[in-house]
Design a protein around this ligand. Structure first.
Ligand code: MN
Length: 753
C-alpha cells in the first residue's frame, strides 16, 4: 500500500460526496421528512467536528469511517435514518469530548441508548477461554448488545468496515480482529440472516488468517478470467432476450463464487477446484409477481431456460414447493453453456430474494419500514429477548453463558401450522405451551394440551417442523409453577411468571393470618427475626413465596413448629374417602392404583338379575365377563355347561356363539325394580395433567348409583389411559357417568369395555 498523501481540499470534496450518497441511499428506502434530514445533517456535522484532526491508521480523516459505516447500514443492510444517525455518531462518545447526555439532548433517548450500546463493545476483545473475568465482560457486552437490535446491526457494519480496511493495521492486531470476527461476528451475521455480509466477512477473515490458501484459490479463480465475458455473450444475453420476449419484469445478477466458499466446498466435499459446479452462477429475480402465481412463474422460467440450455438433472433443487427450514425459497438448476462450463441458475421472485438475502433481518426491516402495521412476533426482537432472559437469570458461569450464547446463534427455527394453515415460527425445541402462548396469552393461560397432527399430546410435548397444532383449552385451567419447565420461549415464561406473581399476591393476607395463628399456638411473636428464620428454614426466595406456601398449605402448622423446634407428634392420617379401600390397596402394592380384592358382600355374586324364558328358570345365571352387562342393557342368555351366560346383545363373543349354537339362545330381560349392582368397566383416554384423577373420581362419587371398585391411570408421553371398574345399578347412571367424564377437559375418549 502506497503512502497516503494528505490533500485537504480533495478530502473535503470526498466527504461531501459520501454524505450526499448517504442521503440518497436513505431516500431510496423511504422519502425523508425534513426533521429526519435535519437530524442526519446534524449528526454528520457533530461527528465531523468532533473527529476533526484525527486520522485513521490508513491516513484518511477519521470521519470517513463513520460515514462508511452509515453507508453500509443504509445501502447494504437496508436500515433507515436512525441507523444513519447512530452510525455517524458511533465513535464520538468513546473517542471525543462529546458525552452521552449531550447526544440524548439533541437526538433523544433511542439514539443515545444505541450509541451507548455500540460504545460499550470494545473494538477487540478476543476471548481467552480460561479467563472468567473476560467472560464476565463478555456477558455485559452481550447484554448491552441486546438493548436494541440496532446495536448488533451497527456493530456488524462497524466490524465489516474495519475488516475491509484491515490492511493498514499491525499484523498482531489484524489476527486479533480477524479471529474475533470469526468467533462472534460471522455467527451473528449468520443468525440475523445477513448473508452477503457474512460471506464477505468470511472472505476477509480467510485472507488474513489463511493467506496461502486464499492466494492460491484466488489465483485459480483469476485464471478463469475471460470466462465471465464469454458467459455474458453466450448465456446472459440469450437469457435476457428470452425473458424479454416472454414479457417478464426481472433483474439478473451474476456472480463468481467467493474464495472462501470455493475453499469450503473443496474441503467439505473433497473435490478439486475444477469440479466446482457453481463457480459461476446467475440469478433471475422476477419482479411484481402476485404471491399466488410465484411458483408457477418460476417454473415457467425454468422451462424456458431448460429448452435452450441442457440442465444437469441431478442438480435440480426445488426449494419453493418445500422451503428450507430458514425460509429460503428458490428454484436451482445447473445448465451446460456453449463454452462447456456448468453454470448454476437460481430462479426466484423479489420476495424470495429478500428472504434469502436478509433472512431474519428481513422481518426486522419490514417492521421498521411499516411502523403503522402492528406486527407481533418480530423474530429479531424475540431472539434478543430470549438471550437477555438467559443472560440475566441463569446462575451458570459467565463462560458457560458465552458458549450458550454462541450456540443460540446456530439455533434453528421450526415452522408450525395452525388448524387454519397459518404459519407460526418458533425456536427449535419449542413445546405445545410455547405455541399456545405464541398465538395468544389467553390461549397459553388455559392450555391443557393439543392435538398435534390429530394426535392428543400434553403441554410439554416438543414440536417439530411441519406439525399442525390445535391447542386445547379449559377455562378452569390456569398456569402453575411446573409449567415453567414445560416451555422455553421467553414469551411463554414471562407470561407464566407474571401470572404466578399476581396470583401469589392474593394469598399474602391469608398466609399472614395462618402464620399468626401458628405463632400463637407455639407462643411466638410475629417479628422480623422469626420470619427471617422461617424464610431460611424453608428456603423461599421472597416473602410472597413464603406466605403463598403457608396459605395453600404447602407449609403446614407442624412444619412451622418444627422450624422453631416446637414440633408435636404428627396426628394420624385417616381417610374419609369413600374409595379408601381402593387407594389403601394400591398403597400396599405400591404400583399405582390397582384393583382391590372383591368385598365379601360383592353384589355381583348375589341373586340372578334376569327374568328368563320360563323353561330355563331353573338354571343358574352368570353375567358374562366379556361384556359385563348391567341393568338396562339389552341382554340375551346363552346356555352352556348347565348354566346361562348373560351377554349384552351387541357383544361380539355372544354374536359368535349365537351363530354357532342357535338353539341355545335364551331371551332375557332385567327384573324390574330390583336394586342390584354389577361390575363393569370404563376405558378412558385423556391428556395427562395435574388434577385429572381427582376430577374423574369426583364425577364418579357424584353419581349416586355407582360405586367404584378400582381405577388405574397410566400416563406416557403426556397421554393418560385409564380403566375404571365400577359397580353399576343401572345403565342410565353408567351412561350418565360416561357423558360426564367426556366433559372433563382433556378427555378424548370414554367407552365401556
Ligand atoms: Mn467504529
Amino acid at each position: 500500500m502506497g503512502e497516503y498523501v494528505i490533500d485537504e481540499a480533495r478530502e473535503e470534496r470526498e466527504m461531501q460526496a459520501r454524505y450526499d450518497e448517504l442521503i440518497e441511499a436513505c431516500r431510496a428506502l423511504k422519502p425523508l421528512s425534513p426533521d429526519e434530514e435535519a437530524s442526519i445533517l446534524r449528526a454528520y456535522q457533530i461527528a465531523k467536528t468532533a473527529h476533526a484532526g484525527t486520522r485513521r491508521k490508513s491516513g484518511e480523516p477519521y470521519i470517513f469511517h463513520p460515514l462508511a459505516v452509515a453507508l453500509i447500514a443504509v445501502k447494504e443492510v437496508g436500515l433507515g435514518p436512525i441507523a444513519a444517525i447512530c452510525a455517524l455518531l458511533h465513535d464520538v462518545v468513546e473517542d471525543t469530548d462529546i458525552t452521552l447526555d449531550e447526544l440524548r439532548m439533541v437526538f433523544g433517548d433511542r439514539v443515545a441508548t444505541i450509541v451507548d450500546g455500540v460504545t460499550k463493545i470494545d473494538d477487540v476483545m478476543v476471548m481467552q477461554h480460561t479467563d472468567s473475568k473476560q467472560a464476565e465482560n463478555y456477558r455485559k457486552i452481550l447484554l448491552s448488545m441486546c438493548d436494541d437490535a440496532y446495536v448488533i446491526f451497527l456493530k456488524l457494519c462497524d466490524r465489516l468496515h474495519n475488516m475491509r480496511t484491515l490492511g493498514s493495521m499491525k499484523d498482531t492486531k489484524k489476527l486479533a480482529i480477524a479471529s474475533e470476527t470469526s468467533y462472534l461476528y460471522i455467527p451473528l451475521a449468520h443468525r440475523l440472516g445477513l448473508y452477503s455480509i457474512k460471506t464477505e466477512l468470511e472472505e476477509l477473515v480467510m485472507r488474513y488468517t489463511n493467506p496461502d490458501c486464499y492466494n492460491e484459490i484466488a489465483a485459480r479463480i483469476a485464471a478463469t478470467a475471460g470466462t465471465g465475458e464469454r458467459l455474458e455473450e453466450c448465456l446472459t444475453i440469450p437469457v435476457r432476450q428470452m425473458l424479454d420476449a416472454a414479457g417478464y419484469d426481472y433483474r439478473l445478477k451474476t456472480r463468481v463464487k467467493s474464495v472462501y466458499s470455493c475453499w469450503k466446498k473443496m474441503e467439505n466435499k473433497h473435490v478439486d477446484f475444477d469440479e466446482i459446479y457453481d463457480l459461476y452462477a446467475m440469478r433471475i429475480i422476477l419482479q411484481n409477481v402476485p404471491r399466488e402465481h410465484e411458483k408457477e412463474e418460476c417454473f415457467k422460467v425454468y422451462a424456458l431456460i431448460s429448452e435452450q440450455f441442457p440442465p444437469n438433472p441431478t442438480r435440480f433443487r426445488d426449494w419453493i414447493t418445500r422451503p428450507k427450514n430458514n425460509g429460503y425459497e428458490s428454484l436451482q438448476t445447473t445448465v451446460m453453456t456453449p463454452i462447456g462450463r456448468w453454470v448454476e441458475i437460481q430462479i426466484r421472485t423479489e420476495r424470495m430474494d429478500t428472504i434469502a438475502e436478509k433472512g431474519m433481518a428481513a422481518h426486522f426491516l419490514y417492521k421498521e419500514a411499516h411502523p403503522e402495521e402492528q406486527i407481533e412476533n418480530n423474530p429479531v426482537e424475540e431472539w434478543l429477548q430470549q438471550i437477555r432472559t438467559s443472560l440475566e437469570q441463569s446462575d451458570k458461569s459467565a463462560l458457560d453463558l458465552v458458549e450458550e450464547f454462541k450456540e443460540t446463534l446456530y439455533t434453528k427455527e421450526i415452522y408450525l401450522f395452525t388448524p387454519k394453515g397459518k404459519t407460526i415460527v418458533l425456536p427449535s425445541r419449542s413445546t405445545v405451551l410455547d405455541f399456545a402462548y405464541a398465538i395468544h396469552t389467553d390461549l397459553g393461560m388455559h392450555c391443557i394440551g393439543a392435538k398435534v397432527n390429530a394426535r392428543p399430546v400434553a403441554i410439554g410435548y416438543r414440536l417439530h417442523t411441519g406439525d399442525q397444532v390445535q391447542v386445547l383449552t379449559s377455562k378452569r385451567t390456569l398456569p402453575q409453577t411446573e409449567w415453567l419447565t414445560q416451555c422455553q420461549t421467553p414469551r411463554a415464561k414471562e407470561a407464566i411468571k407474571d401470572f404466578l406473581r399476581s396470583r401469589k399476591k392474593e394469598f399474602v393476607a391469608e398466609g399472614k393470618r395462618r402464620l399468626n395463628t401458628y405463632y400463637e399456638k407455639i407462643h411466638l411473636k410475629a417479628n422480623p427475626q422469626n420470619f427471617g428464620q422461617l424464610k431460611r428454614y424453608f428456603n423461599r426466595a421472597s416473602d410472597i413465596d413464603l406466605y403463598y406456601d403457608l396459605a395453600v398449605g404447602t407449609i403446614t402448622e407442624q412444619q412451622v413448629a418444627e422450624c422453631f423446634g416446637k414440633a408435636r407428634p404428627a396426628p394420624r392420617l385417616f381417610f374419609l374417602d369413600p374409595y379408601r379401600d381402593v387407594f389403601e390397596n394400591s398403597r400396599r402394592t405400591g404400583d399405582g392404583v390397582v384393583p382391590a380384592e372383591p368385598r365379601v358382600d360383592d353384589p355381583a355374586t348375589a341373586a340372578a338379575p334376569f327374568l328368563l324364558d320360563k323353561e330355563y328358570e331353573h338354571l343358574p345365571t352368570e353375567s358374562a365377563p366379556c361384556c359385563k352387562p348391567v341393568p338396562g342393557d339389552q341382554v340375551i342368555g346363552i346356555v352352556s355347561d348347565g348354566k346361562i351366560m348373560v351377554h349384552r346383545t351387541n357383544c361380539r363373543v355372544a354374536r359368535d356363539e349365537m351363530a354357532n349354537h342357535e338353539n341355545h339362545i335364551v331371551r332375557a330381560k332385567w327384573r324390574p325394580g330390583e336394586q342390584l349392582s354389577l361390575l363393569t368397566g370404563i376405558a378412558l383416554t385423556a391428556i395427562d395433567r395435574h388434577g385429572l384423577l381427582q376430577e374423574i373420581t369426583r364425577h364418579i362419587s357424584d353419581e349416586m348409583d355407582l360405586n367404584m371398585r378400582a381405577i388405574t391411570l397410566e400416563a406416557s408421553e403426556g397421554v393418560a389411559r385409564g380403566i375404571i371398574m365400577l359397580y353399576v345399578n343401572n345403565v342410565q347412571s353408567l351412561n350418565g357417568l360416561i357423558d360426564k367424564l367426556k366433559t372433563i377437559d382433556g378427555v378424548e375418549d370414554v367407552h365401556r369395555i
